[in-house]
Design a protein around this ligand. Sequence first.
Ligand code: 1GP
Length: 237
Amino acid sequence: LNIHQQILKAKKEGQKLLAILLDPDKIVWENLDHLLQKINQSPATHIFVGGSIVESTILEDLIAQLKQNTNLPVVIFPGNPSQISPDADAILFLSLLSGRNPDYLIEYQVQAAPILKKTNLEVISTGYILIESGNETAVARVSKTKPLSREDLDLALATAQAGEMLGNKLIYLEAGSGAKNAVPLEMIQLIAQNINIPVIVGGGIVDLHGIQKAYNAGADLVVIGTAFENDNHFFEL
Ligand code: 1GP
């Protein structure tokens, strides 16, 4: 099974998935062994790699280390088309559906397509929906787009449904890295109940309780970045 098929299988069987997000720019390379050990001891099922601004050489170095030292699938979560490395297993081919910046809706995908064609990466088309978080996050700043209101559940649902109708294989509900407020649980619930494709939720989830609440609301895969970055013992609590 490829990674998309594994996610579908987990959803069908009610098994919840967990991704650790590593931003290559924030890796303390002297502590890499410790980090890799903690990843291997964690309940993570996937490693996402990417960030708003990353140099491709650091990305490649990190992916090489992860492939050598863990057994988890490594999925690129790109901020822009320079963040492609053939050594990962898959890439989330994101389209920022909440925004109206054509670069993030289609231009970067056009630039990335010929590069991806030269790799064996599994390309997973993903509708990426940024939700207002109470603070300005890097995604909003770098993409120059306005997140969807936390209150407008109907708009968030219509956006997710449009993504599904466009053929996206996953929907990613994103509050943004370091978000003050995570994606509202009612929003996760409404969307998870009204689309058929798997739902990824991330941004601003800072404790294990928050992960569980997102799962209970219907998230199929939860992404943890900052909390694990700040405390590699996060999953041991
Ligand atoms: C960001 O959803 C991810 O793209 C993770 O966010 O860093 O807040 O965990 P955090």
